[in-house]
Design a protein around this ligand. Structure first.
Ligand SMILES: [Ca+2]
Length: 468
């Protein structure tokens, strides 16, 4: 249903795809495991974690905000909205206030009946003071009567800057006087003063002041990196390319003038173009992204951007600015939303392959995680960790001390603030690892050092490096 309506052009390809693949292609990397957390969900559309680990779901089949708490779908919804305007598409986005414990606020992006017309609305629902699992019945309309054309969009999330972002689909994506095909940025938490003064088009004639970026087609999902603040919007393509758009303030992402990489002046290229004609058949309908900062997976996934492909039934992962890789192919699921549980640090995925019996799945990791905070192995003599940076006052490299006795094995992984791995060095029978840092831009880097000591015990240490 979602594929047929929302992603109309690609629908035929999507519908045929399961016939062309073996029964259950699965290719998760070693030690990763997919665990079903809750099933039997009826037409879920979006999901977000509250800071306390409860999972809020936008159920567009019912017009409800539902909650999964401790692995169980609560019988009573948090809040309800009317669904008579368009039953299939009424809820498209949801965001939980990062300070929910204090405010009790949940935001919903949905279709409403505005004077008899179908319009999109961003509303705030107030959690009950007595029971945060239900609203107190208060709905505050934050931004109303947003007209959109063919596509709805739906990416809705808080940025690291505390602003609420919501993306709308194509209708007049290049027209600055409306909110079609735009990324909206509002200070929802300070309603009614919702226009941030630093929005790029504030005060400019014939520009809606809510616009942060423009030129989208079907920006169904997106996410903000809680550490770097980087924002990515996944834009579903028309003919040539899906896009991961790394959002710049005031950026114009091209549609309908451009799709994918574009040489036209004033148009921003995607962070990554995902070509429909990809020879490996990896891309069809880009969905659900999340930056992983949970610390429960191997260090190479710290800061990685996980996203899905609803049509090709894959999970992709993009580390830093490197090209996305296939993380998993699994044709028994169609993942449309991803989020990281701030309590257990694991990635969760909403699978709508069986729309009336959709599931939330969790990505577990069974291996040892080098980033786990710990110290030297017991009995290890001498210092452990980075020692110096040299060469005429300039940083030419780092030496990682591994104690006085040569260790059996050691590994150090260094990442920049965007999570891009800049060094990954291993050694055996050594008392130190040396990394050349001559080519690194100045700035702060995170390292994760791990290994097995001479006595056969695991050691690990992490911290920051400053390349001067
Ligand atoms: Ca574009």
């Amino acid at each position: 249903m979602l594929s047929f309506f929302r992603f109309a052009r690609r629908a035929a390809v999507t519908a045929l795809l399961p016939l062309c693949l073996p029964a259950a292609l699965r290719a998760l990397p070693a030690d990763f495991e997919r665990v079903t957390v809750v099933s039997g969900l009826n037409f879920p559309q979006c999901m977000k974690f509250a800071p306390d680990g409860r999972l809020f779901l936008g159920m567009h089949g019912k017009g409800e905000i539902a909650i999964v708490k401790e692995g169980k779908l609560l019988a009573t919804p948090f809040a309800k909205v009317p669904i008579n305007i368009n039953q299939r598409e009424n809820i498209i986005g949801l965001a939980v206030d990062p300070e929910f414990a204090k405010t009790g606020h949940v935001y919903l992006f949905y279709y409403a009946d505005v004077g008899g017309s179908k319009r999109m609305r961003i509303s705030r629902f107030q959690g009950s003071a007595a029971n945060p699992d239900v609203s107190d019945g208060t709905e505050t309309v934050i931004l109303d009567s947003i007209f959109v054309g063919v596509y709805t969009g739906g990416a809705t999330f808080f940025g690291a800057d505390g602003m609420l972002y919501a993306a709308t689909g194509h209708g007049a994506s290049q027209d600055s006087t409306n909110l079609e095909g735009k990324l909206i940025r509002i200070d929802a938490r300070h309603w009614p003063d919702i226009i941030p003064k630093d929005n790029p088009f504030v005060g400019r004639p014939r520009w809606r002041p809510e616009i942060w970026a423009l030129g989208f087609r079907e920006p169904f999902t997106g996410a903000a990196d809680p550490v770097t603040g980087r924002i990515v919007v996944n834009d579903v393509g028309e003919s040539f390319a899906e896009e991961l758009d790394l959002i710049q303030k005031g950026g114009n992402y091209g549609f309908p003038i451009c799709e994918g990489n574009c040489a036209k002046p004033g148009m921003a290229n995607p962070w990554q173009e995902l070509r429909a004609a990809d020879p490996l058949g990896r891309y069809n309908v880009v969905t659900g992204g999340a930056f992983y900062r949970g610390g429960k997976y191997p260090p190479e996934y710290n800061g990685a951007y996980f996203f899905g492909d609803h049509g090709k039934q894959k999970i992709h992962v993009k580390r830093g600015d490197d090209s996305a890789q296939v993380f998993d192919s699994y044709n028994l699921a169609q993942y449309i939303q991803f989020d990281v549980n701030p309590v257990d640090g694991l990635l969760y995925m909403l699978d709508i392959r069986n729309t009336g019996n959709s599931t939330v799945q969790r990505l577990d990791y069974k291996g040892q995680v080098g980033l786990a905070p710990s110290g030297p192995a017991p009995g290890m003599r001498g210092r452990l960790g980075p020692e110096f940076a040299t060469a005429a006052g300039r940083c030419a490299g780092f030496r990682f001390l591994l104690g006085e006795d040569p260790v059996r094995e050691a590994r150090v992984v260094v990442m920049d603030v965007a999570g891009h791995v800049v060094a990954d060095e291993r050694g055996a029978g050594r008392s130190g690892l040396e990394l050349g840092a001559g080519g690194w831009p100045t700035g702060t880097y995170a390292y994760a050092l791990s290994g097995i000591s001479a006595e056969g015990r695991a050691f690990a240490k992490r911290g920051l490096l400053h390349r001067q």
